[in-house]
Design a binder for this molecule. Sequence first.
Ligand code: AMP
Ligand code: ZN
Ligand code: FE
Ligand code: FE
Length: 281
Amino acid sequence: MGVDLHIHSQASDGTLSVEQIIERAERQRLSAISITDHDTVAGIDMAIKLSADRSLEIIPGIELSCVQDKKDVHILGYFIDYHGRELLDNLKRLRESRASRAEDMVNKLRDTGLDINYEEVKECAQGGSIGRPHIAQVLVKNGLVGSISEAFNEHIGSGGPSYMPKYVLEVTSVIELIHKVGGVASVAHPGVSNISEDFLLWLKEAGLDAVEVWHSEHNEVVTQKYIELTKKHNLLRTGGSDCHGLGKSRGYVLGTVCIPDSIIEPLESRSREIRTLRNIS
Ligand code: AMP
Ligand code: ZN
Ligand code: FE
Ligand code: FE
């Protein structure tokens, strides 16, 4: 048993299809998973359909990026009404600006002498949410760089010559948006984003419900630190591998972080509370 509440599919920048994700989750005997793609909920209907006659629960999820005080803060939403109009409108806007940002980054790469073509990047994203990993994959495929890591380290990583920031929403707006569709908001990989206790309290003030204490890049010490903080400040706990599939330099493997089934019920119950408070069915 166990759960994995942070998985990227081909609907954003993961390499696994929804079918492959479900298959692997079942093989690992997970009891629940959440596909938390960047700025899209396109994989969720298929996941729910495919899991219909299996003992695998699909929790509708999302991952949204924010920048606060020059720091990257990622917010995960769970038990969201993923057909909610306001959510879908915002996601569409975010994906459109991802596409124009990718096009601008391709132009920058071309200015530095790399012969990369935006159409190929778009094709790589297969109609999903376009991100830097797609640009990196095309650079590797065309032999313009030796690896995904090289693409990030030399060109498109934050501060790199062809890097461009993406349009993001304010953290407070993201938390509010998740609540508006009945979802529970959790701060992703706080150990990677370097979230301090003070900042966690600020996030809680903004409505944050939970903290992703288990994550592929959290060692035991970091996990324990955030578990203690959630207990001290009465926050819920979430966890996931942040799997992006195979062939990625950050290809954390689905289901390999040990996360207890017992985290699901409190999250679901918080979602019910939020729905009752806001009159959402
Ligand atoms: P974007 O949302 O387009 O800015 O791309 C961010 C995504 O790029 C992250 O979710 C990771 O999947 C990936 N990523 C970020 N930094 C690196 C890196 N140094 N190496 C490999 N993948 C990375
Ligand atoms: Zn990603
Ligand atoms: Fe993230
Ligand atoms: Fe992620």
